[in-house]
Design a protein around this ligand. Structure first.
Ligand code: ADP
Ligand code: MG
Ligand code: ZN
Length: 627
């Protein structure tokens, strides 16, 4: 090892921190124990009082001794009194500048006075060394962080973390992730197979005169495995993985982001072949010069630097840049030009089959009971991302341990799903009017849902509070649905209004509660989208809404024409009409089934939870279920 300054610091920092910790943990307590009563050590400064309070104490005759420090600006007061538990306490008091008048007063009160030289107040030997060590550690740390490393190379080193290497660039020599660890994203994997081949055997391409993409953009919602995929490419190709997050560039001082980008690419080129992964690239890569209030200089400089770097290296240097975002629509078009991120790969939330595959990956290392069907879990979890599924299996495993079992059973998995979907379970309400009202609300959802032909089946109704909700009706989604019909949306709206409808019918208009707030929000949004996006209303088959976007994110300010006032009124009218009709339908269903509703509510209050099949059986005794 070279005995350079860097090395010295590298050793010095941890050692000094360690020494400091040892000092704090071991030596100071030991010294404190042996401190005699009269010794004003620094261990006393913890309690303080105001000057006014001190004068009161003095008047009460509670003050025994005053030690003056800091040229008479600070005093350590020894006092004893009923307020202080009748024990001698040492208390610190900041004295006002006119503190000199105090002396006669103290003398009159027969208080023992002692003065100490300037500065002495903060320099007991213990504290001096302590302070010294802290300052040295801080200085060393700062020097260390601000010194630029001249070479980050050394691929044998695992994951250099923040502070150890160049600020926030992370470097992993071997990610240890393989394509097999990423499931349910087959198209993306196929695309990437080519990238892996290029990294391993560039000749295959260069011999033919082909240039390989420099940049690949991964687009998809959070938790769908974008980072994992990028790592898998590096892992499969056996090349180092450099990663940095776009959001980290933005917080920095002007100009720093750009130089970080330069550094990042310099390091990457020195370590080629390798993968450079830029997470959340939208943070730097937004459309330039749009957002409200002018552009963000720092962001633009960083982005320009990134573009320059990507143009700068030859197609065959072996550096491949992979960027991830969940908003490709707001990216600057310059980023997407050929020779930059010209390939886009979409990674979406998995479908049922994809979820099954991801579940398989995440149950490989777990002990699972035979009664658990991954297929059934996959069917019950539409909308779950890969990260949600990983979390689900982990929660189930933790719960199994907590229950002292040796195998994960479907009971633990059910609990884990419920928790991820709806939050933590609370304690049940005691029987009361409001519990009764919640029960009617939930049974309202359940019965409307059950009796509507196009509605998903009820999985269970429960009065166990969870997250924000005080009761819940769970529906069993039949299959993955990418296309939803008009009658299905209408059924969902009626079902969502079932809760409020039940409250109104049973308790009257004046007793309805805020509990339906969430339902109404959903109802309104569904009805509105029927009108404005899906052309499912009398307004006709028009799309009336431009992609909604945040004007601060750029672009959306310029795009699309605002709908005219008449159109706005039309949208409003049709939305209301849909909701009114659905609400009437919900009210009708509640009124027509009052007897079974009353029965179910009593049962629910007694049992807390009614399973879907039981519910259907009971309802079918009273009325005909849709087929
Ligand atoms: P993103 O970068 O898209 O937000 P990550 O790659 O960070 O998502 O995924 C987080 C975690 O979720 C991964 O570490 C992995 O455990 C799990 N995961 C996500 N997607 C998948 C997938 N397709 N296959 C297997 N595991 C996945
Ligand atoms: Mg990520
Ligand atoms: Zn509700």
């Amino acid at each position: 090892m070279k005995w350079s300054w860097r090395n010295v610091l590298m050793w010095f920092l941890p050692i000094s921190v360690a020494l400091f910790l040892i000092w704090q943990e071991l030596i100071i307590p030991a010294m404190n124990n042996s401190t005699s009563q009269t010794d004003i050590g620094k261990n006393i400064a913890s309690s303080r009082m105001t000057y006014g309070r001190f004068l009161e104490y003095l008047d009460m005759g509670w003050v025994k001794k005053v030690d003056l420090y800091d040229n008479g600006h600070t005093a350590i007061v020894e006092a004893v009194g009923p307020d202080l538990g009748n024990r001698v306490q040492r208390i610190r008091v900041e004295l006002p500048a006119l503190g000199q008048e105090l002396i006669p007063k103290l003398k009159a009160a027969n208080v023992d006075i002692d003065a100490h030289p300037i500065d002495n107040d903060s320099s007991s030997p213990v504290e001096t060394i302590e302070n010294l060590l802290v300052s040295i550690a801080i200085v060393a740390g700062l020097i260390f962080i601000f010194r630029r490393p001249n070479n980050i190379g050394d691929p044998n080193r695992q994951a250099r973390a923040f502070g150890q290497s160049n600020a926030n660039v992370q470097m992993e020599a071997d990610t240890g992730v393989q394509f097999d660890d990423v499931a349910g994203v087959d198209e993306a994997k196929e695309e990437f197979q080519e990238v892996v081949t290029f990294l391993k055997k560039p000749e295959v391409f260069t011999d033919l005169g082909a240039t390989v993409p420099k940049g690949v953009l991964l687009v998809g919602p959070p938790g769908t495995g974008k980072t994992l995929l990028a790592k898998a490419i590096a892992g499969e190709a056996g090349v180092p993985f450099f990663s940095v997050s776009g959001s980290e560039f933005v917080e920095m001082f002007v100009g720093v982001g750009a130089s970080r980008v330069r550094d990042l690419f310099k390091q990457a080129k020195a370590n080629a072949p390798c993968i450079v992964f830029i997470d959340e690239i939208d943070a730097v890569g937004r459309q330039r010069g749009t957002g409200i209030g002018g552009g963000n200089d720092e962001r633009e400089q960083t982005l320009n630097q990134m573009l320059t770097e990507m143009d700068g290296f030859e197609g065959n240097t072996g550096v491949i840049v992979i960027a991830a975002t969940n908003r490709a629509d707001i990216l600057d078009s310059a980023l997407l030009r050929p020779g930059r991120f010209d390939r886009q790969i979409t990674v979406d939330v998995p479908d049922c089959k994809g979820r099954l595959e991801i579940l398989k990956v995440h149950s490989n290392n777990k002990k699972i009971d035979n009664d658990v069907s991954l297929q059934a879990i996959a069917r019950r979890t539409p909308g779950f991302s890969g990260a949600d599924l990983a979390n689900l299996m982990n929660e189930a495993a933790i719960l199994t341990v907590r229950r002292g079992k040796s195998l994960i059973t479907s009971s633990e998995i059910d609990v884990a799903i419920d928790r991820i979907v709806a939050g933590m379970e609370g304690t049940p309400l005691v029987d009361s009017k409001s519990k009764r009202l919640i029960a009617y609300h939930e049974i309202g959802h359940a019965i409307v849902g059950t009796l509507l032909k196009n509605h998903d089946n009820v999985q269970k109704v429960t009065l166990m509070p969870r997250g924000q909700a005080r009761g819940l009706t769970w529906f069993m989604p039949s299959e993955d649905q990418t296309l939803i019909s008009r009658s299905q949306i209408l059924a969902r709206i009626v079902g969502a209004l079932g809760g409020r409808a039940a409250e109104t019918v049973i308790f009257g208009d004046s007793e309805v509660t805020t509990g339906a707030g969430n339902d109404l929000q959903q109802v309104t949004s569904m009805a509105r989208q029927m009108v404005t996006r899906f052309g499912m209303s009398k307004v006709g088959p028009l799309s009336l809404e431009s992609e909604s976007g945040d004007p601060f994110l750029g672009r959306s300010m310029m795009s699309g024409s605002e709908p005219s006032e008449r159109v706005v009124t039309d949208i409003d009218k049709q939305t209301r009409a849909i909701i009114a009709e659905c609400y009437q339908q919900a009210i009708n269903i509640i009124k027509a089934n009052r007897v079974v509703i009353d029965y179910l509510v009593d049962l629910l209050i007694e049992k807390e939870t009614i399973e879907g099949h039981e519910l259907q059986e009971i309802i079918s005794n009273y009325t005909k279920l849709p087929v």
